[in-house]
Design a protein around this ligand. Structure first.
Ligand code: SIN
Length: 345
């Protein structure tokens, strides 16, 4: 198939980091019998505005992770934490030059912790982009999105007046693969003067924030993911059967466990999930919508304002993203390398 490149300096750096210093959660989201928040044990708790069912108030389950991330320091670079549990800007690395193995290993640790890392002023050539991404694993070739003409491992999102941006829905990349990518490195080649931000959502925090009854209900469910809703129209009639054979619908757990951190996370998105197995269609649609909606919680998000040659590196396992499509008809060109992952469990 020629899908996977070969040159990973470190065999599985993604497995090294263990969140030993994060306490196993033993309490439950919500409120106890005395009206206290179950995480904080305090009366500063969330309240519901009726009749909308909208909740306001602190998301206290974010506090421990936010504080833990705030304490992290690294030898090879500095980090500036962006939001409570997600995102950090990294300073002090030149991604255009080969990095020491120790710096790459530290980047893995930072990535597991912050889930998405941002870098400024990295004028990567396509070859340098590929070389950097390959330090973290083998790269995928995307069968549906156009690639950089010289580097097939780089998906190229080239938007302008005649080509709109359609990535403005919360999703994790290629969840329709049996082994979806574990991470992605996105480089801003050309950006509009205003707009075109990318937003990210922490699906571990989203899982932790669900009501206990809902977590119990979904913990053992399985969802079918399928490329065809989003990419079906891009496949020529004569290629459909072969594509379908190569990429059949796949089943993944609705609640996935991150292999390196052991954290559970919501692993459904509206782009690629077709249905939940063993549940009738209406209930399946409602449940997918309910869970996917968690990505829309602002407290689980961070938002990146691109500059030319900014780079974002995210963990596709546990983060969903959304590319704001507010810049049309201006030009926005991004290139993405995706690192091959494993079968979700
Ligand atoms: C994507 O990976 O969905 C594209 C993200 C972006 O263009 O910001």
């Amino acid at each position: 198939m020629g899908e996977v490149g070969t040159r990973s300096v470190l065999p599985e750096p993604w497995g090294r980091f263990v969140m030993a210093d994060v306490e196993e959660r033993s309490d439950e989201a919500g409120v106890d019998g005395q009206g206290r928040d179950a995480y904080s044990g305090l009366s500063a708790r969330r309240v519901t505005i009726e009749p909308w069912g909208v909740q306001v108030g602190p998301l206290s389950h974010l506090a421990a992770e936010r504080d833990r991330l705030g304490e992290l320091t690294f030898e090879h670079f500095d980090v500036r934490q962006q939001e409570a549990t997600l995102g950090a800007e990294v300073e002090g690395l030149d991604l255009c030059r080969p990095l020491q193995d120790a710096a790459v290993a530290e980047l893995c640790t930072a990535l597991h912790a912050f889930k998405v890392l941002f870098f400024r002023d990295q004028p990567l050539t396509p070859a340098q982009h590929v070389e950097f991404a390959q330090r973290f694993g083998d790269l995928e070739v995307h069968p549906f999105i156009p690639a950089n003409p010289d580097q097939p491992e780089l998906v190229r999102f080239e938007k302008e007046a005649t080509v709109g941006g359609y990535e403005n829905g919360w999703h994790s990349d290629v969840s329709w693969r049996a082994c979806p990518s574990l991470g992605a490195v996105l480089h801003a080649v050309a950006i509009p003067p205003v707009g075109g931000d990318t937003l990210f959502a922490d699906m571990c925090a989203a899982y932790d924030g669900l009501e206990p009854e809902l977590r119990d209900r979904i913990d053992d469910l399985v969802a079918v993911h399928d490329f065809s809703k989003v990419f079906g129209h891009t496949v020529k009639e004569q290629d459909r059967a072969a594509m379908r054979e190569q990429y059949p619908p796949v089943e993944h757990p609705v609640v996935r466990t991150h292999p390196a951190t052991g954290r559970k996370l919501i692993y459904v998105n509206r782009f690629f999930v077709d249905h939940i197995v063993g549940v009738d269609r209406d209930e399946s649609d409602a449940l997918v919508d309910r869970l996917a909606r968690e990505a829309e919680t602002v407290e689980y998000q961070c938002r990146f304002r691109w500059e030319e040659h900014s780079v974002a590196f995210w963990v596709n396992r546990s983060v969903q993203h959304y590319a704001s499509s507010d810049y049309w008809p201006q030009r926005r060109v991004m290139e993405r390398a995706s690192i091959a992952g494993e079968r979700p469990v």
